[in-house]
Design a protein around this ligand. Structure first.
Ligand code: ADP
Ligand code: MG
Ligand code: ZN
Length: 494
């Protein structure tokens, strides 16, 4: 459905990212996922009276990384607050969060729009908080509690209402995921809940400067669902506005099966969190040297890296974008590039482009088929580069390189060894090729006649026959030129 020309949606996103620290935010319990329910718990994360939380330094380290990677100001002093509410998955009765004085403020994330331009989405804040437990509704209509996740380390990234379409929301989320995974602070898995997104949506007449009443949509567990849920909600609000109804501020839950969002029961969302500074926790102090240390250890930003791939390796935007999508893939690509022999401009470019093509197709396909990550890909570093060298210097044809690649994955052997063993080297001996060409022409007199009477398509047939006779190993350039020469000599001799 096309959205009304007269209206526009205004969207702000709240993203929770589960941090990859080994222990929880305020106790020593492990954050390991998938353990027996209620085994990764202690008096602190169970919220027993009289216990004292102690902040995990790595949580601060990780949020500083995120803050710096998103151009935020890092507060030298920030405060933990208690967010009070009653829910079975929260035994303490409050969540430790940050409220009035969060650690990061005022940053932005740059997204890549489809038309090639970039747009900055402002970040209001990024703060640290703890996770709640999980309620499991079983078949017997009982609700069971798993407290393992309680006290797990989270950051919440709150955007300004700068997003103007479901697509932009998708691209924003994509960039957030890319950044947290590059930084190694979150695995970015939305399906498993390591990355969660709530969308705040309102609709207004174009040209208006104030915002309309917003609703908040929760419970989307994939990028697509975030896009769809926003699409649904902005259209629902548009219909209301066009019918002269007022949008009510409320929280909706996305139902992916029904492709619709439904209001939460109003009691559940009637929140008054009664925030107040947590008296058990001292202010978080971050000094300049700490910030500098984190800054100097930051990996290259994915967007910067993509731009560098374009300028340094002369790759098209599309290629650079795919190669930089995941840090491991970009690392793999650059490791192979560093194994290429240094050649002059054009030849080096050609080789780099071939490596890029190979990574984007064969490597990614292989990972997909084996359902593994690049980190678990066993091909020794430099093998792809040597294969490309052998292709470019004419030792093997590009057709044979596909066969060689499969052999390489199979045996893990060096390409030179495989070529030797399997006799895959390209035949560039003119005499040998000419002999085969002559045989092919001799055997196919009818086709030769056809060619001579003007049917040029038959040329491809001859090439195919020569390739077949050499098991694909004849140098295609030589095959072409020798065929042309022999055929024209045939014309002359007629
Ligand atoms: P709340 O107090 O309801 O949590 P906040 O002001 O903290 O609201 O904002 C939460 C999120 O909602 C932010 O991402 C913000 O950008 C977004 N937001 C605020 N007002 C609007 C609006 N009128 N329309 C869409 N999004 C909004
Ligand atoms: Mg909120
Ligand atoms: Zn604990």
């Amino acid at each position: 459905m096309k959205f009304s020309e007269a209206y526009e949606p205004v969207i702000g996103l709240e993203v929770h990212a589960q941090l990859l620290t080994e222990s929880k935010a305020f106790c020593g319990c492990t954050t390991k996922f998938g353990n027996e329910p209620n085994t990764n718990v202690c008096p602190i994360c169970l919220g027993m009276p009289g216990v004292l939380p102690v902040l995990n330094k790595n949580v601060v380290e990780f949020v500083i990384r995120m803050g710096l990677a998103t151009n935020c100001r890092i507060a030298p002093r920030s405060i933990f607050a208690r967010k009070n509410y009653f829910y079975p998955d929260l035994p303490k009765g409050y969540q430790i969060s940050q409220y009035e004085e969060p650690i990061c403020t005022g940053g932005y994330v740059e997204i890549d729009l489809e038309d090639g331009t970039r747009k900055k989405i402002g970040l209001t804040r990024i703060h640290m908080e703890e996770d709640a437990g999980k309620s499991i509704h079983d078949q017997d209509a009982q609700t069971l509690m798993d407290i393992n996740r309680c006290g797990g380390p989270l950051i919440e990234i709150v955007s300004e209402p700068d997003v103007r379409s479901p697509r932009e929301a998708y691209l924003y989320l994509y960039k957030i995921r890319q950044i947290v995974t590059y930084l190694g602070i979150c695995d970015g898995n939305m399906e498993e809940g390591s990355l969660r997104c709530d969308a705040n949506v309102s609709v207004r007449k174009k040209g208006e400067t104030s915002f309309g009443t917003k609703t908040e949509v929760k419970n989307m567990n994939s990028f697509r669902n975030v896009e769809r849920a926003i699409e649904f909600e902005m259209n629902r609000q548009l219909r209301m506005l066009e019918d002269g109804e007022a949008v009510v501020q409320e929280t909706l839950l996305w139902d992916a099966d029904k492709n619709a969002a439904y209001p939460m029961r109003s009691k559940e969302e009637a929140h008054d969190y009664r925030y107040f500074p947590d008296p058990d926790l001292v202010p978080v102090l971050v000094d300049e040297p700490w910030i500098e240390r984190v800054k100097s250890n930051l990996p290259e930003h994915p967007t910067t890296r993509r731009d560098r791939f374009i300028s340094e390796y002369s790759l098209p935007w599309y290629d650079a974008n795919i190669l930089c999508e995941e840090r491991g893939i970009a690392d793999f690509f650059e490791a192979e590039i560093s194994h290429l022999h240094k050649d002059d401009g054009a030849k080096q470019k050609e080789k780099i482009k071939l490596v890029a093509n190979w990574v984007m197709t064969s490597v990614l396909r292989e990972l997909g088929q084996r359902k593994i990550r690049i980190e678990d890909f066993s091909l020794p570093t430099g093998r792809l580069a040597s294969m490309i060298e052998l292709q470019v210097d004419g030792t093997i044809s590009s057709r044979i390189s596909k066969e060689l690649w499969d052999e390489m994955l199979e045996s893990n052997e060096d390409p030179k060894v495989i070529i030797e063993k399997k006799g895959l080297a390209q035949v560039s001996d003119e005499g040998a090729i000419e002999k085969i060409v002559n045989e092919v022409l001799e055997k196919n007199k009818l086709q030769v006649e056809k060619f001579l009477s003007g049917s040029e398509r038959v040329f491809g047939f001859f090439v195919g026959e020569v390739m077949k006779a050499t098991k694909g190993k004849a140098n295609p350039t030589l095959v072409n030129s020798i065929l042309k020469r022999r055929l024209s000599e045939t014309v002359l001799s007629k």
